[in-house]
Design a protein around this ligand. Sequence first.
Ligand code: SAM
Ligand code: SF4
Length: 472
Amino acid sequence: MTQSRQLSEKAVDFIDDDYLMKLAAVPAAEASEVRDILAKSLAKEALSVPETAVLLAATEPELVEEIFDTARTLKRNVYGNRIVIFAPLYIGNECVNDCLYCGFRRSNEQAVRRTLDTQEIRNQVVALEDKGHKRLILVFGEHPMYDADFMAESVRAVYATTSGHGEIRRVNINAAPLDHDGYRTVKAAGIGTYQIFQETYHHETYRRWHPEGTLKGDYQYRLDGLSRAMEAGLDDLGIGVLFGLYDWRFEVLGLVSHALYLQERFNVGPHTISFPRLRPAHGFDLDERYMVNDYDFKRLIAILRLAVPYTGMILTAREDAALRREVMEFGVSQIDAGSRIELGGYTEAGDAQRMEREQFTLGDVRSLDEVMRELLEDEYLPSFCTACYRLGRTGEHFMEFAIPGFIKRYCTPNAMTTLTEYLVDYATPETAAAGEAMIEKELAAMEDGKNKEELTKRLNEIKNTDKRDLYF
Ligand code: SAM
Ligand code: SF4
């Protein structure tokens, strides 16, 4: 299938570099103005781009602490203590692009190129299921071989693979932008979220890192990628920036502009925001100039949480374990765990990371079980829930906010049933004990009544029978 390069109907380049640059450099506002904006966030209202800029300009340590506190509170009030768990599955690293930061770029002659065939996909999926995973994101380089039909086939192969009680219930995609037909094709295969990261919203920087003449070199085609998806009826979308290419404040404003643009034009905002930081990759040295230090990374996560309260936030294993643990509380709602990003890595690689087979190096290579245990010990409720999307309750993040009691009625019980599946089928004894204690605690905190009775019944069914996937 040849891809058309047609833009969406009303495509505009909504990123005005000069405007965002000015906003990224506004002087610090009065504390009272910052506090008014924090109050608006706490009332779960999305912030405007200029309001976000005011939070970015706040550097007074006390005010930054208030921003952190507010993000923590918003996260707790809205999402509770759930963290959704997924794993990436790299399908192929052939790539016609030459993004200078990426180990898969075409000019990297040392990259070992590989595309998993159907049997190899199945083997990876079985290995992931045997660890307890239920949600995957499939990752592709950009190559004529990886057209929408190929992606859809890969998605189907994943869904069709089961192992014991193991099955993958939600497959997301991170890949190049498609044309309208392409999005329809992957949607028909039953995908969850389609993620496209703009990498940098700054035009000149974009040109520098993505050489002209490559497919990805076309800024506008990429920026418009999610609008075409919306037009094609695929409205579960993820945006992202690769932090470290340009000024982080500018990029936060770019993300917020993109979220508001989608919201205004299509009445649906992005489902998730990703904020990867640049990592070392084969044949590429990090340029220190725009690297985001840990403190600013925390600030940007907290500010994004406050600016786009309806959007899930994804923190990946690019970051090391200690930092992941620390920033989780500022508003992260999804993390990957037990991740391997070398092709075939779930069955073949062992523990050592092999640079020439990877896109970049990972910071957190702990097993799923270790990550689960730490989350539980930190009183998070890890969740493998996939209920909303399968029941057609799309826009679930919006529902979480908008429908009173939604989290209590659906999200927390589904987190508990899927966690119990994990504890019964896959956990080590230590993790199982930590998980049991967490479930007891959550049950004790629930109001007595029909819902709690039904949940208790289902938890017991999972423990004592072969019944699984008992979602609300
Ligand atoms: N090839 C598709 C694309 O470029 O959109 C999708 C997959 S790409 C393998 C996934 C993401 O990895 C990219 O969007 C980029 O943000 C990120 N990435 C690339 N190189 C990286 C590096 N050195 N460190 C951290 N993240 C990187
Ligand atoms: Fe290819 Fe994506 Fe890597 Fe760019 S980031 S070289 S498009 S795999």
